[in-house]
Structures are given as C-alpha cells and as structure tokens.
Design a protein around this ligand. Structure first.
Ligand code: SF4
Length: 335
C-alpha cells in the first residue's frame, strides 16, 4: 500500500491510499534492475493455421491480420510457411527484416523511452508456425544482441510442436523466455462463434504443458465476445488464472473494417461492449486475480479509421487509462 497523487489533476485531485497493481514492467524491472521494453516484430512469411486453411480459412472473425503490427512487412512474393514446409526460400529476407526492425525500434525505445534492455516480441501472426530450422534461426538471431535479454513468442495453442517447446525450454536456461497464448474465452460456443479453430481444452492443455516444462506463460483474454455476459467473461479470467498463467493481457473486442466481425456488426448480429461494462468487468477480473500474476495490458484500441465500433476503442490510450484508474481507485487499486 502507498500514498500517491493519482490521474488527471482536474478529475482526481485527491490523495488516497491505493495498492499498485503488479505490472509486467515492474516484473522486468525487479528482475533486471533496469528499464526493459518489449520490442515487437512482424516478419514476412508467417501466417496462421486459422487463416491458411489448415484449421480454417479467414481467421478469427475479428482478425485483420495487417493490423497486428505497424512493423508488419509486406510479403510481396506471397511465400507463407507452415509446419510442413520443407524449405524456406525467404529465410535471408526474414533475418534482414528482423535485424532492421530490432535496430529501428530499439533506437526509438532508447531515445524516447530510455529503455536499456529489450525483450524481443515475435508478435504478428503465429510465431511457432514454421519449420523448426526457421524458428531456431530467427530466435537465435534475435538473441545475438547484447542488450536483448530474451524473447516473448506470440502463438496459438494448437501450433507449438514439442521440438519448439523444448527449444524454448533450452533457451530459458540462459535467457528470459515467454510464450503468449490467446485464450480469449473458455466457452467453446464462443470460440466456435468467433471461428477460433480450437477449443478451450486445447489452450488449457498447452498452458499446463508449458508450465510443467518451466516456461513463463502470458494469457490473452478478450471481454465483449459475442454472446457472452459478464459472468462468462469472469469465469474465463478465473480459469486462466487457475491454469497457471504468469502474466495476463486484457482486451476489449472491437470491430475493425473488412473483417468477418464487421459484417456481423453491420447486419446487427453483434453489439460491442460498452466502455462502462468493459471497465466494470476488467476491475472485477483484476480483483479476482492472484497477486503474483503480472498485468501486461488493461485495454486495447486503434486510433485510425479502420475502427468501426465501439467508438470508445478509438480514445487515446492515456484517456482510457484515466477511466480505468478512476474505477480501480474506487477499489483501492491503481494500474
Ligand atoms: S489466431 Fe491470431 S492470427 Fe490467427 S486468425 Fe486468430 S487472431 Fe488472426
């Protein structure tokens, strides 16, 4: 517990006793004693089994794949990898992209954020969905930089081979290694409705397996999925905590133009969660969370004209954090 002056002075000019929530930034600072930033990558050649037809076509209904990363390189030659790829004709290109993105983003983070160390985040698409030799070459290359302390690998629970998992375990003996799984919901009817392409049991097993092998796991949750009420959203959060995640990202579901969800929304088949309901659910989910699970994200949005709805997901990040902190403060918490 500590005393702190909170939020926008115009709104929150009061001193109150609040408990600082355990953030991922604090976790990294405690461990590495300096400012560590996650450095996102988006490389050519990666796709997703839910997009390329292996599991399904079209992807999750909310997914506009280009929107995952501003760094996402355009894959002009349309070479996409998968677990069965026998060779990788674009590996050199991927390695060049990786180097360019690390150097460019690291420079910005050093200058603007005063970051000293970096955790390279393989973010866009499914970053274990490629031949092992490719994955190993890319992970190894990212770890050659002196100030890169480790990796965080964003992926799907149905796309991690034992070979890759074991390699991550091997790397974790020397480096900070995380695996990030999209959980989204524990309700199979919801996962079906968003065309997720796997069920909740698949994620549960993947998380438990990674934990048994000693890896650190971040779970992603989405609040406001079609057909879900608050009780369902909180049940998903509780289950994720119980499965053993070490860190969590909370997101609202928002509708991006040119997605399957946009069609559903335009036809009146989907109503986005309101800002008030999202924040209420978020605060309750955080209150249920064991203290040792760090928080990496409390909201998400998009600040360009690809956002269709809800409009509040286009608010500036600082503004949303003020709203969220106002609600958290009433519970004696702050993010
Ligand atoms: S798993 Fe991720 S990349 Fe694949 S379709 Fe869903 S949101 Fe898109």
């Amino acid at each position: 517990m500590r005393w702190q002056l909170l939020g926008d002075p115009k709104i929150l000019l009061k001193r109150t006793a609040v408990k600082q929530l355990y953030t991922y930034g604090q976790y990294l600072k405690n461990k590495f004693h300096t400012k560590v930033s996650k450095l996102p990558l988006g490389l050519s050649g990666f796709t997703c089994p839910n997009i390329d037809g292996t599991v399904a076509k079209g992807g999750c209904t909310f997914c506009l794949n280009d929107s995952f990363s501003p760094n996402l390189a355009k894959n002009a030659d349309k070479t996409f990898l998968n677990l069965e790829s026998k060779s990788n004709p674009i590996l050199d290109k991927q390695l060049r992209e990786l180097e360019m993105q690390i150097l460019t983003t690291r420079k910005m983070m050093r200058e603007e954020w005063k970051s000293k160390k970096f955790l390279v985040y393989f973010q866009a698409f499914t970053n274990t969905y490629a031949p092992f030799e490719t994955i190993k070459a890319l992970y190894d290359s990212a770890l050659t930089y002196d100030d890169v302390i480790g990796l965080s690998i964003g992926t799907r629970s149905d796309s991690v081979t034992d070979e890759v998992l074991d390699y991550l375990v091997e790397l974790s003996q020397e480096k900070e290694i995380w695996i990030e799984y999209g959980i989204q919901s524990i309700y199979d009817e919801t996962l079906d409705r968003i065309n997720r392409g796997h069920d909740a049991l698949n994620v549960e097993k993947a998380i438990k397996k990674a934990k048994e092998k000693g890896l650190s796991v971040c779970g992603h949750l989405i609040f406001g999925l079609p057909g879900e009420d608050q009780e369902m959203m909180l049940n998903s959060a509780k289950a994720a905590y119980e499965w053993g995640i070490d860190s969590v990202k909370y997101h609202p579901l928002y509708v991006v133009k040119h997605t399957l969800l946009a069609n559903e929304y335009m036809m009146g088949g989907f109503e986005p969660i309101s800002k008030e309901d999202y924040i209420d659910t978020l605060v309750k989910a955080i209150a249920l969370k064991p203290d040792h699970i760090s928080i990496q994200r409390v909201t998400a949005g998009i600040d360009d004209d690809t956002l269709l709805a809800p409009a509040w997901c286009g608010l500036p990040k600082n503004k949303m954090l003020q709203y969220i902190n106002s609600a958290l403060i009433r519970e004696g918490l702050i993010y």
